[in-house]
Write a protein that binds this ligand. Sequence first.
Ligand code: ZN
Ligand code: ZN
Length: 461
Amino acid sequence: MADYQLIYNCPGCGKPSHTPEGAMTNGCEYCGLIVRIGAPGRVLKYFYPSRVDSYGARMAADRFLKSKGLPLTGKIIKKEFFYLPFYRFRGMALDYLTPETQIVEAVDEMPIPVKAKHKLKAKDFDVTVPAFDPGEFRLSSLGVRPQSVPLYAFSREEIPEDTVIVKSDISPQVAEDRAMKLHNSNIKLYNKTSPLFSAMIGEQISMIYFPVWVITHENGSDSRIVFVDALAKRGYNQAEGPFEFDNRGLDDENSHFINPLKHQCPNCGADLDQQHFSLFYPCKNCDRSFILEGEGYTQVKYLTAETSLCAPYWRFPLELKWKRLYKTVDEFSNLLTGEITLLRKEKRGKQFYLYCPAFKVSSARRLTDKALMLLRTQPHDKLIDCLPEQGPVLSIDEDEARQMAVFLWRIMIVKNARLTRKEFRIEEGNLPEGEIVWLPMQDFQLIGKAISYREVNMVGK
Ligand SMILES: [Zn+2]
Ligand SMILES: [Zn+2]
């Protein structure tokens, strides 16, 4: 379903191989070699190749000057080619909105406030943030919708020698803060209220390099510079010269060149399958399972319900202490009055868990509802140690799941005044290690939304 793609040079045959952007693993369309491309949290560098050489860039500069009624380039002083870095953030934004109190009617001149309810908003999020000083290049936003043009995974050697790859001067964290601020002001604008708390789930961060020519020419006794968008082949701005650019920044720590490596079991060396957006890879040879982490693989345990159609979840056992210990489903149902209801006897003594879907769905809202539903019903399916037969792949990592689990827990306690004390507050850092469970998936509409989501594959046939 991917409508945009990444092109990389296959390390097996050297040919330009295609894969959906953001894919973790891919099989080469020519030689079949399966490679590993990304990992959660690893910021990769993508490039838009220039569609114009220095001659064409000058033509574009002249067209631009002409349209502005300015004298044409004449004598050229410098022609420089730059790649400008933009961070791109994608994910699901979850916001729990503060109720907005409205005055609806007045009785005997006394206004009666109508108490609005808290509202949960879930929305796909896709934002680019410049990672350089936009004033210098007179460009504050990516000149293209990232999904409309294929991206390239250049290696250092393929980039023409005179190219200046502009170093990013902000870290992904700073860029993420900016992206979140932008998101929060949009939320405020559209909902007329601010989020009480928020979370970003299923986040993907990448660095996209945009090609720009800067043409400097003589302009009487001075000089003038024209900026050319090398993708659209057109000038987008001009200024008095000269153009002096100092390439500072902290680039190397911030993002990485894409380096496709053979996708193999770290235990026995057997080839692992291609599953574009999955983080979970079982080895058929040695029966171990792994998730992608950093540049390596981490072995994981999991449990699966005895149903052919299952979806993956992260779950975190929860224990809280205030006057007494809260640990079982029964104990938590007393705590979360009105939230957990009609529990079957066999569930009562079981460990209480926070759940987070480990798969992505085209509707963030549906996914959140599903997670809340699991939290409230505490499934107690019989779980066995085997691989799921069929279902959406695991594509949300444990750190993201923690964020969502904490977010959902806050929804649970926010309505209950006695639970707002600090003993009931949980932070991402102090949740115990998560477990992967594949639980039965009967919601076919939700499965449909998982299949149609651009970044979700299904396992099985
Ligand atoms: Zn190949
Ligand atoms: Zn193996």
